[in-house]
Design a binder for this molecule. Structure first.
Ligand code: MG
Length: 253
């Protein structure tokens, strides 16, 4: 069952996501050459706790891996998602870094991600980021009551494919709100008209993960990397389904 949230619950989910957006907005100015991903994690954790929330990723458990050790995921260059922040991972001019932020406050969860560039990057890298963000917006445009999950997935996948890139295999968006991950799965490829019907009051995290060279992924502990070492970008918004245009809960301003 896909949970439908009432107004009071939406209010709490909105608040958790407001904090996610605040972190992602603040990090825009903190991402620069010489800064470690560990330092970005420290800044994010401080903001989250300062807002009376907790980092939702810290201590997150999946079978077979140690609990996730940080507040954010920091995924550089060929790392698609779930990168672990480290003191030794220092940003350099020309890098890209995807930051994924999860929060929990008053029992409700927020989730969002942004990919930043460090200094100057080639035009082709800018294009990857633009296409990935645009594919997210294509998906959001389909996220209206009465449509189906497959309408979101098809719109994202078509935009990625049309631009010559690849949606990362097996990694999907998801419902979010009462848990960090809840039903439904929201794939980044799919077919129009298939999947669960969207209803007002559903809250979804939509998150295209887009690779330059291949859809294939390679898992290294927590981290998902592109199988061919090519770059990967990731943007994620949590949204509220309504009749008509969805509300983006993680707008960074
Ligand atoms: Mg997510």
């Amino acid at each position: 069952m896909i949970p439908i949230k009432n107004d009071e619950e939406v209010g709490r989910i909105r608040e958790a996501n407001r904090i996610v957006a605040m972190v992602l907005h603040t990090l825009k100015d903190e991402v620069k050459a010489g800064v470690s991903t560990w330092e970005l994690d420290r800044i994010a954790a401080e903001i989250i706790r300062g807002e009376g929330a907790k980092p939702a990723f810290l201590g997150y458990q999946i079978p077979g891996l140690p609990p996730f050790p940080a507040a954010i995921c920091a995924s550089m260059n060929d790392t698609i998602v779930h990168g672990i922040p480290r003191k030794g991972d220092v940003l350099r001019d020309g890098d890209i870094i995807g930051v994924d932020v999860g929060t929990v406050k008053n029992g409700c969860y927020g989730d969002g991600a942004w990919t930043y560039v460090v200094g100057g990057v080639p035009d082709e890298t800018i294009r990857l980021l633009e296409v990935t963000l645009a594919s997210l917006l294509c998906g959001i445009a389909q996220a209206v009551a009465g449509n189906r999950v497959g309408d979101i997935s098809a719109a994202i996948g078509a935009h990625i494919r049309k631009n010559g890139y690849h949606a990362a295999d097996s990694l999907t968006g998801h419902g979010v709100g009462f848990a960090l991950h809840e039903e439904p799965m929201v794939p980044n490829v799919g077919r129009k008209g298939l999947g669960a019907r969207l209803r007002a009051g559903m809250t979804l995290a939509i998150e295209p993960m887009v690779n330059v060279g291949t859809s294939r992924v390679k898992e290294v502990g927590w981290e998902f990397k592109t199988a061919d070492g090519s770059l990967s970008a990731h943007f994620e918004h949590s949204i509220l389904i309504r009749d008509g245009e969805p509300e983006i809960l993680t707008k960074t301003g």
